[in-house]
Design a protein around this ligand. Structure first.
Ligand code: 4AD
Ligand code: MG
Length: 477
């Protein structure tokens, strides 16, 4: 099979060599010029058929999204905007596509909302072609980054009995029969008889298992799907999302911040160097989308400019207490522009986070030293007894993109926090064992993969950066 991918063809020297192209028809002009795409790039290869070469019947079957195999020779193109084209010697229709029934009409510029309803076909658009190639590149760069640093990739379980975040946002996993589940005396379902005789759920985070591995390999990372049963219908939340969670022994909160910043910059640099064409396409798309917005809602920088800026400037680092002071002294606060209350102790809302990054600092911000009461039990208590060694990274246009902390490595302090927060210490004996047997200072964080893809692609809805979004009422395929 001499099939050559379109991207490779477009970069080839045309010397009349024989080639085979297979792909989907993106356009057909003058019964002569077929634009073929195979997903390797947004650019199409032009396949030229000589007039009279194909019969009427075949010509009619060359419709948008029909799949074809074209055999021919690669020659320099006369047309503008393309270096090469395929002069066809044979065209074979592999699969017809009835234009009357096909729901994706590219000519009419389908909206992103409409494309979400036909998510099975949206891969065939330029926007989603670019988004998912960039998503792929980011996934690859994640492994490359940690591999170069000698981190071990750890697979953590999807089904687990623990609630890593202690936030109770879990999807239950059960083997109980739906129609006749075992019941307690009061008639309620006896979930104790779930999986292996105990209640299980889909993981909300691989962190706790990651910590176990870091206590032997020193530096590990996880990269897998995580699940949150939060019923939030926002442009930033999914019920199923992917998370990268590095966990490092012998790191303190400072080392943790440094790694997270280096990691984010590395990912941006990787796609800037390897996915330039797709990023430029997405930058153009974003610019056009923003033209519809009122002036004050538009970004100050284009996508490429923004990525360059983030890559080349240090993130701002402030404490939670400083963040609250900035908010309290902001014109937005004085003009009562915030919907939610601002005072020390609040869990900052996205309007607050976005004020800090978009209006005040105009760059990514790392916030440390959060009040202990709004953070998870495993975060290390600071000497003030009020705050923990937490760090969140806030990104322009996104809000929280990373959440992490130095972990509480002192057994007595940890068990005390667990008691205060009603985390069942007896069920977590395995986690506490790491603090009993050779405990060390350690730290880690979680980067929300889709939020990173949003940031890099300039897309604005998280449903548009994961192939099959799981959101409330959205699980058909
Ligand atoms: O802040 P979170 O909940 O932190 C953890 O899960 C820790 N165990 C991480 C760690 O220290 N190892 O989540 C981490 C990140 C968030 O900053 C956000 O980017 C993303 O995961 N995230 C979501 N992304 C999409 N949809 C959701 N529902 C998300 N919830 C969190
Ligand atoms: Mg968080």
């Amino acid at each position: 099979n001499k099939r050559v991918k379109v991207k490779e063809l477009l970069a080839s020297e045309a010397t009349g060599q024989e080639v085979i192209v297979m792909g989907w028809v993106r356009g057909f002009r003058n019964n002569q010029f077929i634009a073929v795409n195979d997903g390797s790039t947004n650019n199409n290869i032009q396949v030229v058929v000589e007039l009279g070469m194909l019969d009427e019947e075949t010509l009619k079957r060359i419709t948008q999204s029909a799949s074809i195999k074209a055999t021919g020779t690669l020659i320099p193109s006369q047309g503008k905007g393309q270096k090469v084209e395929v002069k066809a010697s044979a065209i074979e229709i592999l699969g017809d596509c009835d234009p009357e029934k096909y729901p994706l009409q590219l000519k009419n510029r389908p909206s992103l909302e409409y494309l979400r309803e036909i998510a099975h076909l949206r891969f065939r658009t330029n926007t989603f072609g670019a988004v998912f190639r960039v998503r792929h590149a980011l996934a690859f760069a994640i492994h490359k980054f940690y591999n170069e640093k000698g981190f071990v990739y750890m697979h953590t379980p999807v089904v687990t009995a623990s609630d890593a975040e202690g936030a109770g946002e879990m999807f239950r996993v059960t083997t109980l029969p739906f129609d006749n589940p075992p019941r307690n005396e009061d008639g309620t379902i006896n979930f104790k008889e779930d999986f292996f005789g105990r209640s299980t759920n889909l993981t909300v985070s691989g962190q706790l298992e990651g910590e176990l591995a870091a206590m032997a390999f020193s530096e590990i990372y996880t990269f897998g799907p995580t699940f949150r049963a939060e019923n939030s219908n926002t442009a930033r939340h999914l019920a199923e999302f992917w998370m990268i969670e590095p966990e490092m022994a012998f790191y303190d909160i400072e080392d943790n911040m440094n790694l997270a910043e280096e990691f984010i910059k590395y990912l941006i640099r990787y796609v800037m160097e390897n996915n330039r064409e797709d990023l430029e396409f997405l930058a153009q798309r974003l610019a056009e989308e923003e033209k519809q917005l009122p002036q004050d809602k538009r970004s100050e920088m284009g996508l490429i400019e923004k990525l360059e800026f983030v890559m080349n400037n240090s993130f701002e680092r402030i404490t939670y207490t400083e963040a609250i002071d900035i908010l309290l002294n902001s014109p937005a606060y004085k003009k009562k522009k915030f919907q939610y209350e601002v005072k020390w102790g609040i869990d900052m809302q996205s309007e607050h986070e976005r004020y800090l990054v978009e209006k005040h600092f105009k760059k990514p911000v790392i916030v440390t030293g959060y009040p202990k009461d709004i953070k998870s039990f495993y975060m290390r208590l600071n000497d003030d007894g009020k705050t923990v060694a937490a760090m969140d990274i806030l990104a322009p246009g996104i809000g929280e993109i990373v959440g992490g902390s130095q972990r509480e490595e002192r057994l007595d302090k940890l068990t005390e926090r667990m008691k205060e927060m009603n985390v069942p210490a007896d069920e977590m004996w395995w986690y506490l064992d790491t603090r009993r047997f050779g405990s060390v200072p350690h730290a880690g964080f979680g980067l929300g993969f889709e939020r990173m893809v949003l940031f890099v692609t300039g897309m604005t809805n998280i449903r548009d950066v994961i192939p099959f979004p799981r959101t409330p009422k959205n699980a058909e395929f």
